[in-house]
Design a binder for this molecule. Structure first.
Ligand code: GDP
Ligand code: IMO
Ligand code: MG
Length: 431
């Protein structure tokens, strides 16, 4: 059987969780490879909504292994809370959840640093999710961070924690003039959750290798989106991890040949939470239509999402960087009722027409979108599960996007529900 990498290729919230949950019908395991609980992945199954932040979106199907790769930053207290919330609904995943010993640990001092730092940026604030993601990845790269493996020896853990907190508390108190975080409180909280976590620590890299060797199918579940990638996104208004497809390999410990089947998940339009350039952002009644029909509020922070037309220029970069084989378009139904739709097919930058986005936020701020107009449609696409029922103008829209990006659209989502989907070509192959 095949593997598949499901990536968001805009600014996050493309509907990855819904699609991963659906496709997992033919998978054996789902693995997260980057990000942390800054993610909010919404699944709607039989009308019941579940938002997963750290636990892979295979959680809702019994028997599916859920793996957290070394590229994921883990807040243990959050993880245990998320597991407990699922358990209350009779979804016990402790037995089938494996966490890599290489995962960096998010500590309470990272959360404080994240918040005071973004506040100190004033008008230039990134608008992070305030979950400690950035400071935790910084510690990883600076080679001073704590990792899941450090939990194995409580005494060693306590010593390393004290050293790290001394370092961060100095900064919190003396540079940001904020209250330092209590070491004893942190240690106690960590040791309390340690017991629940220890049995789940396992060699994710070896497990994936064994699954692949025995012909099982694995879905690699991306978080955030390609335009939030630390290297290729709209820096500095990005997250602190690599969100591109290559991270599926480095963030789990599996060779690149196993992660070559890359599916890019795109919304039928564009949204963004937090600050940063957004060339196709709409401030008019079209933007209001997208926000209200799409119910565009962040699944993690509840913040309203900024909305705009589909940006083919940004998507061209994503297709190129991520080696996307096929596309999945979600939220087609949100475009229902629009009299006309615009597709951004180029940017005007420094007097020239360009077809790929420039690197960096300052340059992107200067880009003006060039649009191609396509007809809208009155008919409803909501809940359609058969491609033949798609109204002609909506089919034309899908075809035009596929043509511009030179990639087929093989999955179309027409509602939040698991089954409100048209799968023209299953990325894991025939059932
Ligand atoms: P993710 O982070 O990529 O998993 O996406 P989020 O869960 O943050 O945001 C996607 C939102 O759109 C959620 O509220 C989903 O329930 C909803 N959604 C997903 N697909 C569709 C769709 O095709 N149509 C509509 N109307 N809503 C959808
Ligand atoms: P999912 O997986 C949308 C955004 C934040 C902020 C920037 C940096 O649900 O698509 P961070 O806390 O990561 O340091 O914040 O990235 N961001 C997301 N936006 N969806 C997400 O995840 C996001 N995770 C982070 O809003 O602009
Ligand atoms: Mg989300």
């Amino acid at each position: 059987m095949a593997n598949a990498v499901l990536l968001g290729v805009q600014w996050g919230d493309e509907g990855k969780g819904k699609v991963v949950d659906l496709l997992t019908e033919r998978a054996d395991a789902v693995v997260r490879f980057q990000g942390g609980h800054n993610a909010g992945h919404t699944l709607v199954i039989d009308g019941v909504k579940t938002v997963l932040h750290l636990i892979p979106s295979g959680a809702m199907r019994k028997g599916i292994e859920c793996l957290i790769g070394n590229g994921v930053v883990v807040d243990l207290e959050h993880l245990v809370r998320e597991m407990d919330a699922l358990k209350e609904r009779d979804i016990d995943i402790a037995e089938r959840l494996m966490i890599s010993p290489g995962c960096p640990l998010i500590l309470p001092c990272h959360v404080v640093l994240d918040r005071v730092r973004d506040k100190a940026r004033g008008k230039a604030a990134i608008g992070t999710t305030g979950r400690g993601i950035g400071p935790c990845y910084e510690d990883k790269v600076a080679r001073r961070g704590l990792r899941v493996a450090d939990l194995l020896n409580a005494n060693v853990f306590a010593g390393k924690l004290e050293q790290l907190m001394e370092y961060h508390n100095f900064m919190i108190a003396n540079y940001y003039h904020s209250d330092p975080v209590d070491y004893q409180d942190t240690l106690e909280a960590m040791l309390q959750v340690r017991e629940a976590v220890l049995p789940m620590i396992g060699d994710v890299s070896a497990r994936l290798d064994s699954l692949c060797q025995s012909g099982k199918s694995v879905i690699f579940e991306g978080a955030q989106g390609m335009m939030l990638d630390i290297d290729h996104g709209t820096y500095p208004y990005v997250t602190s991890s690599n969100t591109v497809s290559a991270a599926a390999s480095s963030g789990t410990g599996i060779g690149i040949a196993q992660v070559a089947n890359v599916i890019g998940v795109i919304k039928a339009y564009t949204t963004r939470v937090g600050s940063g350039p957004f060339p196709t952002e709409l401030m008019d009644h079209y933007g209001e239509h997208l926000a209200s029909q799409g119910n565009e509020f962040g699944a993690t922070t509840g913040r309203p999402r900024r909305c705009g037309w589909l940006d083919i220029v940004a998507l061209r970069r994503a297709v190129q960087v991520c080696g996307i084989k096929a596309l999945c378009m979600t939220k087609l139904d949100v475009l229902d009722g629009l009299d006309r739709i615009q597709l951004c097919v180029g940017y005007k930058f420094k007097g020239k027409q360009i077809s790929l986005p420039p690197y960096g936020a300052e340059s992107l701020e200067q880009c003006e979108p060039a649009y191609e107009e396509v007809p809208g449609w009155d008919a409803s696409t909501a809940g359609i599960r058969d491609y033949a029922e798609i109204p002609e103008p909506a089919a034309l829209y899908l075809n035009r996007v596929a043509e511009l990006l030179e990639r087929p659209i093989t999955i179309i989502s027409t509602g939040a529900g698991r089954d409100e989907t048209i799968v023209l070509d299953h990325p894991l192959g025939a059932s």
